[in-house]
Design a protein around this ligand. Sequence first.
Ligand code: UD1
Ligand code: CA
Length: 473
Amino acid sequence: MGTESEGVQMTDACAVILAAGDGKRMKSAQPKVLCEVLFKPMIAWVVDSVDRCGVPHTCVVVNDSGKVEPVLPARVKTAVQLERRGTGHATKMAAGFIRECGAADVMVLCGDAPLVTGEDLAKAYALHKAEKNDVTVLSAVVDNSTGYGRIVREDGHARREDGQVTAIVEEADTDETTRLIPEINSGAFWFGAKFLLEALDKLQPNNAQGEYYLTDTLAYAVNHGYRAGACVVSPDAALGANSRKGLQQLNAIARERVLEKHLENGVDIPFADGIVIGVDVKIGPDTRILPGTILKGNTVIGAGCEIGPNSHITDGVVKDGSQIISSYIDSAVVEANVKIGPMSNIRPDSHIMDGVKIGDFVEIKNSTIGEKTSVAHLTYVGDSDVGKGCNFGCGVVTVNYDGTNKHRTVIGDHAFIGCNTNLVAPVRVGNHAYSAAGTTITEDVPDDALVIGRARQVVKEGWTVKTGKFRKK
Ligand code: UD1
Ligand code: CA
């Protein structure tokens, strides 16, 4: 993973991410940090931003629900906060981690502010080091500061940001003057490790909410001869989600950011309507994305593709020149110059080779479809290995499930599978084999053979008249 820190080495630093809050204000049974922005839990955004800085050790403070751990990468450590007693108390739960990793500096971040970037953190770290600070808060100047901690500075400076920071006042503790301050605490900080451990021990819950505020460490520094500073970053860094409405706003900002990045990279998005692209999705130049398309997870799209309208791809790979029209792909690989859709569903562990054509109402699951094979209409291919250059007629079904077990179907190269053929697995069809329409294949078919397995047609002349089935006009 690349580092955004541009020359600032963070090897002697560690990160603590606070994520023990519940989902009360979200009216969710999930911890808040699992709420998703662009289909990715907020906590995963923060972990990734920290990673991009190249910080070697990260600890996430979680509650005891056990729900956050599964979304964290294995190398991230956790500390448990059993009771919600404030951000200072939560940070203290990571004191053991901070001591153990022995780094000189610690960044502390909120798991519910996903848009803080590696650049913001690197910029603040550079200032933290240059000013030899013991604490540096990442602040932002916003239009509406309601709900945030306000950054208090000494008066008498031409520019507000030149005034020495003296305290952070939480919303519940503001008075008429402090309430009007437009500069707020983003929730992210850099600390000298020694200072942080000392300050955490001295915190008192003497405030409107009766909590241990991490933000009080700033006033502690100022009052005890330590150096405190603030690094003003983009207001996005501070944007947290405390409600569903807030989450929607975060999604809107993140979506716009991601779309812009792809436009800059040469992706063609003529109309953005209903297009949502996850932050980790990669798209090559000259690929056109059409309305209603949702691309999630670690999806990778090549160059010169056309995706959409209304295509949904999750953790899929689609290589150069392929076209995916109104179709779903989940955890599958589509090679180059493939055409899929409209209305098809490519399910996990499928591998669609070069030049394949998959038409309408086709479902492929856990199967390989060989080069230039055509599966054009109303077909189910599951647990199968299909060779190259085959042609599937309309309505072919691989009968892969016997009610207890799944079985594989193997089809050789250049086979012709006639309309409405059922292949009852386990079964093998040879190269250049040919199945007649309506055949139910239950036994292996050798290379070059014709297979017909259907009842012979019987015609009884005059039957409907004789039986009086239809009255003659
Ligand atoms: C906090 C800051 C505020 C800042 C804002 C930015 C404090 C006291 N206030 O307020 O100055 O402007 O973030 O968004 O720090 N958490 C725990 N355990 C707790 C309490 C919180 O782990 O006991 C975690 C939450 O999961 C969350 C983060 O800490 O990820 C922030 O907590 P939250 O309650 O959202 O703080 P704010 O009121 O937003
Ligand atoms: Ca918050």
